[in-house]
Design a protein around this ligand. Structure first.
Ligand SMILES: Nc1ncnc2c1ncn2[C@@H]1O[C@H](COP(=O)(O)OP(=O)(O)OP(=O)(O)O)[C@@H](O)[C@H]1O
Length: 377
């Protein structure tokens, strides 16, 4: 979808190019993450792609068409651009901000209005509440979402995102990343995403380009391949410690073999039957579920001596959705001091158990094990 061919930019008065003969193919519908140290030319590369700056030499192709000399304004309507510090117009409402490009394109008022509401919905903000607000009446995370909505307004096939989640606290950032992946599953844009943060790159990228000085490509591959097979000591350094742990971000709980042999019983059910089920399972504990199959409490044989199950044993801990990453599951297990995670489906229904052993085996698995589709279910 995007092809860079020996793209070079030397800023006026500079002894060296900021981007030096970079060639890269970015496939349609994928998220390509550019990651590299400060000043290595990531932003310059993005600005070359949408012609905010002119290349010194080299060519840019978009969807097979040479756009190196295309009209920049027309080009930018095909490319949504989200940057960290922008750039919502402060005196425009949220709706007016999102409508900027559709208005430029001459859409009629009704179509623009519908599109604004649709996009607000898409980024998880209630249209009636947010449409009329001004940027200063939004939180940082909400502003980011409006930035994304604005870039998507005219449904451009390509989006450039320059550290869009950079200035956001880690918890909100994690949420926005998950929303972003979910959204991408629906819209399937070709996205070039810049970050400093290798963990963000691993989480979001279908492919990652690790850049060195002057945007030289140190490695361009899938996250799993980069983590398993770093091409050079530079890439290894960049990944940092804990490549195995980072690989836990790449697979989902639902993809590994769960233990489905745990005995279960209804919390409002018959105690004697529960006791018998635990005994015949040969296990140490039984899991009590509510009427909808959601895990409630763990009980052992001693707890099943009484007649009331509703307060027997211990409440469950470390409940994770099948769509969670192994890293999230491991974190839950460690923070709740539980030896196993209880894996549930979207409505909370019990699916099986995940233990440390299974997580450890997954960290050692071959790269093919890790799925390309990384969207939380
Ligand atoms: N307008 C300009 N004139 C001269 N030099 C520039 C200009 N813009 C950027 N540079 C230089 O080009 C190099 C690449 O800058 P660029 O902003 O692309 O890096 P970056 O990888 O995006 O950095 P960061 O991660 O810090 O945002 C830097 O050395 C920078 O100082």
């Amino acid at each position: 979808m995007i092809r860079l061919d020996k793209l070079t930019k030397t800023y006026r008065g500079q002894p060296h190019p900021a981007v030096d003969q970079v060639s890269m193919d970015m496939p349609r519908g994928e998220i390509v993450v550019l990651v590299g140290p400060s000043g290595c030319g990531k932003t310059t590369t993005m600005e070359l792609i949408n012609r905010l700056i002119e290349p010194t030499s080299g060519r840019i192709f978009l969807d097979g068409e040479d756009v190196t000399n295309a009209d920049p304004d027309a080009l930018r309507r095909r490319i949504g651009y989200v940057i960290q510090q922008i750039g919502l117009f402060p005196h425009f409402t949220v709706a007016e901000n999102i409508a900027t490009v559709p208005k430029l394109l001459g859409w009629d008022k009704r179509r623009v209005g519908e599109r604004v509401d649709e996009l607000l919905d898409m980024v998880g903000l209630e249209p009636s509440e947010f449409r009329g607000r001004y940027p200063k009446q939004l939180s940082g995370g909400q502003r980011q979402r409006i930035g994304v909505a604005r870039a998507m307004a005219a449904d451009p096939p390509v989006m450039l995102m320059d550290e869009p989640f950079g200035a956001i606290d880690p918890i909100t950032r994690d949420r926005l990343q998950n929303e972003f992946l979910r959204l991408q599953q629906q819209v399937q844009k070709t996205i070039v995403f810049v970050t400093h943060d290798i963990d963000e790159a691993i989480k979001l990228g279908d492919r990652i380009a690790i850049l060195g000085e002057r945007s030289q490509i140190a490695q361009f591959d899938t996250p799993a391949a980069i983590l398993s097979n770093p091409a050079s000591p530079y890439v290894e350094d960049f990944i940092g410690a804990g490549a195995s742990l980072k690989r836990l971000h790449l697979s989902r709980v639902g993809d590994v073999g769960l233990d489905t042999g745990a005995p279960t019983a209804r919390i409002d059910g018959d105690v004697a039957a529960a006791r018998e089920r635990l005994r015949s399972s040969g296990r140490a504990a039984l899991l009590l579920l509510d009427a909808d199959g959601r895990p409630q409490r763990w009980v052992d044989a001693g707890d099943l001596e009484g007649s009331d199950l509703s307060s027997a044993g211990e409440p469950v801990a470390a409940v994770v959705q099948a769509g969670a990453t192994l890293s999230e599951a491991l974190n839950e297990m460690l923070t709740s001091n539980a030896g196993v995670a209880l894996v549930v489906d979207r409505s909370g229904g019990f699916q099986g158990l995940l233990d440390f052993e299974t997580v450890m085996v997954a960290t050692r698995s071959a790269p093919e094990f890790y799925r390309a589709a990384k969207v939380p279910s």
